[in-house]
Design a protein around this ligand. Structure first.
Ligand SMILES: [Zn+2]
Length: 243
């Protein structure tokens, strides 16, 4: 029986490889259609049921979209499915999470000088409005995401914004599982207000420092998670596996 399972998996793998090759060789673009399922199945020499399963796996990876009544469409490049599964595995690996915070810090600190040059007055006013809400909101979690999306959107880099989203999602999940505590509104405002101040002053060096200062707070919070009882690694893993 195990041999049969391996065989089935390699059939899926082979179908997926061939479909990827078909997309590349025919230079298919987002929105283009794959050949109809019956034709694909016969060209690949597999049953339509097997083909459908392989297509569903590619859909889960964000490569294709199966539209009923239309066909199988090539999707625009989108990191979301990949990042969502990444965030799930990160929930159980504290070291990964720590590494991801460092990557995000490097990414934001590296990008902020260009923001200083490009950000519009309208975006600055919006950041200030978000700050005001941070100081007042009882549950300011979503404001943190809004802040960073607004901060970097002038760079016109959707991948950077997606990365911010997924990081926010991870934090959200951890807080829901009481693995880290939510940041209160005071500390949240204090972490973000200096960033806006440096942007207003159009001071790139100070902006980089303000970003590092912001992440110092997050790293402190993560260390606390590893230090205190809520972040006991063994228990987290057990909890993760049983849910
Ligand atoms: Zn932040």
């Amino acid at each position: 029986m195990p041999l049969e399972h391996i065989g089935q998996r390699s059939v899926f793998h082979e179908i997926q490889l061939q479909i990827r090759n078909h997309i590349l060789e025919n230079n298919l673009k987002p929105g283009d259609l794959l050949p109809p399922a019956a034709e694909l199945a016969s060209r690949l020499g597999v049953s339509q049921a097997t083909l459908r399963e392989a297509l569903r796996a590619l859909e889960a990876l964000g490569i294709l979209e199966i539209k009923h009544g239309v066909g199988t469409v090539i999707r625009a490049y989108d990191l979301t499915p990949l990042l969502e599964s990444l965030s799930f595995s990160l929930l159980f690996e504290r070291d990964n999470l720590r590494q991801m915070v460092l990557i995000r810090e490097a990414m934001e600190a590296g990008s902020v000088p260009e923001v200083v040059r490009q950000i519009s007055d309208a975006d600055l006013r919006e950041l200030e409005a978000i700050l005001e809400q941070m100081a007042e909101a009882d549950n300011p979690r979503d404001l943190e995401r809004q802040f960073h999306r607004t901060l970097y959107r002038c760079l016109d880099n959707p991948l950077l914004l997606q990365f911010i989203d997924i990081f926010w999602l991870i934090g959200h999940n951890l807080a829901d599982r009481s693995m880290i505590s939510d940041v209160g509104k005071g500390p949240l405002w204090e972490a973000h207000a200096p960033i806006v101040e440096t942007l207003r002053a159009r001071d790139a060096n100070a902006a980089v420092q303000a970003i590092h200062h912001h992440f110092d707070g997050i790293k402190y919070q993560l260390n606390g998670w590893q230090r205190d009882g809520t972040g006991d690694g063994t228990r987290d893993r057990t909890r993760g596996r049983t849910t």
